[in-house]
Design a protein. Structure first.
Length: 143
């Protein structure tokens, strides 16, 4: 999707990034897709072969400290970097023929009403149960 040169203006000219920005971007995408915390994502980089493969890392690579991800996200949030990164990814996906020009994208949002319905049911059960549970200690002679 991207290479380190795509991030050249994100870092000072007199040095280079200690870690590959392209690899950190890949970790951030995987972290988002899998719903991982920074610590979990850093641990996955150290231990999971699929993460190492996706990042083109050696199996013996020790990974990095989880705080690096927060620093990288701060760099992404500056100026219009996130938009430029998204535009770059879309351009490369178009080049590969994975995304068409001006096509209609359809999404399935049926999971959203289902999640709301489940949450509403849980709230109803909780509201009905809490007052009854508060009476139990008195019934049992505890209070």
């Amino acid at each position: 999707m991207w290479c380190d040169e795509d991030f050249a203006d994100w870092y000072p000219r007199d040095g280079r990034a200690v870690l590959s920005p392209a690899q950190l971007a890949t970790v951030c995408v995987l972290q988002f897709l899998l719903g991982l915390s920074d610590r979990q994502a850093a641990e996955a980089v150290r231990c999971r072969i699929d993460f190492k493969y996706a990042m083109a890392m050696e199996l013996e690579d020790p990974g990095f400290h989880h705080s690096v991800l927060a620093d990288f996200r701060e760099r992404v949030a500056r100026d219009d970097r996130a938009d430029r990164l998204l535009d770059l990814v879309l351009a490369r996906l178009k080049e590969a023929g994975l995304v068409g020009e001006r096509t209609t994208q359809r999404t399935d949002s049926t999971h959203v009403p289902a999640a709301v319905r489940d949450l509403t049911r849980l709230e109803l059960v909780t509201r009905r149960s809490v007052p009854r549970l508060k009476k139990w200690p008195a019934r049992l002679g505890i209070c």
